[in-house]
Design a protein around this ligand. Structure first.
Ligand code: QV4
Length: 464
């Protein structure tokens, strides 16, 4: 008989991009908690410029928690409901800069502002004027001084070494903590000297979770390692190595093995298939290609490196287009209560609802069961690739159109196993390696075959 351990505590997060607080609360209760998702990353909560594009969120004009994603009261209610459901909340902290608008204006919640003047918050003396480039804009990412004292796309660059600026930022972050958030994504952290981020973080309560956005760039002097001393960092290299083989079928360990020279140590890494920037930019596998997206997420969740964050956004044909709003510019509620997907042919603005895809829920179960077990070397056969989490489960994917046979060495005992991706409750035990059959990539999501013994805790899926 097989000893089945308790599933590990969940570690996976999800970015709910441009989702209103009322909907986030609903998702925490209906979808995230049942799926075993540990934390949610919000879009920025502070007041922003009053334009329709999603990136308005990244142009702060005040630190009021009033945005088109919701009011302060709605934020507080979300915090209570997510916390009660056991889902932690990470706020997206835009603290490198204020808005980039050259013309004065009125923010979404009514605050007046001008470029470098934010009444009661900051004035001209609180900003960098680097004097190194035309228009003070960053031009050369290989130049540290430009990246950290010039402006990112004209966004007014805060002098974060200034103690008054630090105190204002800390007060804002403390306000979010008082509402119950567990920590922060530090937006554009690369553009804030690591010493300044550390100085700010050191003024927050111990245990505040910090995730710095520092996009690794070849030949750039500022690397994520500078920021991993005081928190986690988003490791962009992970997706860059994970996804090309899914398109070209050329899997070659150590692509997914422990040998990851371009990546921070596992416990400092937040990993992802895509995020809101990369799905509009460098990512070659996104929800626009649902089958490959399921495969990419399955491999990430089966892996033992880093802390995964899923990405749940909305379909778009215009990269600037914001989520659908009402006449007042308030983003409309959207929930993903019923397990389904991935859906084909989403219309612009439709939510991808990754958190309700049965394949994702299944792989979250796989991850909980596999936690702490060694990730064995990958096996590659044609368009198929797979590996074992020793003694616990096997992941196998086929990125081609033809049926593939893949033999993955396993120490798992004979028994009945569950395919948690397609949701088929049970496969007959055989001494042979399973066929990984995907006659048509689009027709069948049966990309993963696990040989995890069915413990009572997951046999509930039998009825699905
Ligand atoms: C335009 C011109 C400028 C001109 C300016 C004049 O391009 O040359 O000076 O008008 O007003 C938007 C527009 C951009 C506009 C700019 C300033 O896209 O065209 O400049 O605003 O008004 C998001 C979007 C950006 C957006 C920004 C602010 O992605 O397009 O800019 O929000 O609204 C680097 C960084 C990394 C960063 C990434 C995008 O190292 O940190 O670029 N990623 C984060 C977020 C990202 C966000 C920001 C940082 C900024 O993930 O979503 O940018 O907060 O790699």
């Amino acid at each position: 008989s097989i000893e089945v351990p308790e599933p590990a505590a969940p570690d996976v997060g999800i970015q709910l991009f441009q989702l209103p607080w009322t909907s986030v609360a609903q998702e925490c209760e209906s979808t995230l908690a049942p799926a075993g998702i540990a934390w949610v990353l919000l879009s920025p909560a502070q007041e922003h410029i009053d334009v329709d594009e999603w990136w308005a969120s990244y142009q702060p004009v005040s630190y009021q928690i009033e945005s088109r994603l919701g009011t302060r009261a709605e934020f507080a209610d979300m915090m209570q409901r997510c916390t009660a459901a056991g889902v932690e909340v990470i706020a997206d902290a835009v603290i490198n800069h204020m808005t980039g608008q050259d013309a004065p204006g009125i923010g979404y919640a009514g605050s007046s502002y001008a470029h470098y003047e934010y009444p009661g918050i900051y004035d001209e003396s609180d900003f960098h004027h680097c004097g190194l480039t035309a228009g003070d804009d960053i031009q050369l990412y290989k130049n540290r001084e430009q990246v950290q004292t010039c402006e990112l796309v004209n966004l007014a660059d805060l002098d974060t070494a200034n103690p008054d600026v630090q105190a204002t930022i800390v007060a804002y972050l403390d306000d979010l903590l008082s509402l119950g958030v567990s920590g922060f994504r530090i937006d554009a952290a690369k553009h804030i000297p690591a010493d300044d981020v550390e100085a700010i973080v050191s003024q927050l309560p111990e245990g505040t979770r910090i995730m710095s956005e520092v996009i690794r760039g070849a030949g750039e002097p500022i690397a994520p390692e500078e920021y991993s001393a005081f928190g986690e960092v988003f490791e962009f290299t992970y997706a860059r190595e994970l996804t090309p083989p899914l398109e070209n079928g050329v899997f070659a360990d150590p692509v997914l093995s422990d040998d990851r020279p371009q990546q921070v140590p596992s416990d400092a890494a937040i990993v992802f298939v895509d995020n809101h920037d990369t799905e509009r930019g460098e990512a070659n596998v996104t929800a626009r290609d649902p089958e490959l997206y399921v495969i990419a997420n399955a491999l990430m969740l089966a892996d033992d490196y880093g802390t995964p964050v899923l990405f749940s956004g909305y379909a778009f044909s215009d990269r600037d287009a914001g989520a659908p709003t009402d006449a007042d510019g308030r983003v409309l509620d959207a929930t993903c209560v019923n397990a389904s997907g991935p859906a084909e042919d989403l219309a612009d603005g439709d939510r991808t609802c990754v958190q309700s895809w049965p394949a994702i829920a299944g792989m979250l179960e796989f991850r909980a069961m596999a936690a702490g077990t060694p990730r064995m070397p990958g096996v590659d056969e044609g368009d198929a690739y797979g590996f074992e989490r020793e003694g616990r489960g096997v992941v196998a994917v086929n990125v081609g159109d033809d049926v593939q046979r893949l033999e993955v060495p396993t120490t798992m005992p004979d028994g009945a196993y569950c395919d948690v991706v397609s949701g088929v409750p049970e496969q007959p035990a055989t001494a042979d390696a399973p066929d990984v059959s995907m006659p048509s990539r689009m027709a069948s999501p049966r990309s993963t075959w696990t040989r995890t013994p069915l413990p009572p805790s997951i046999s509930a899926r039998d009825g699905d």
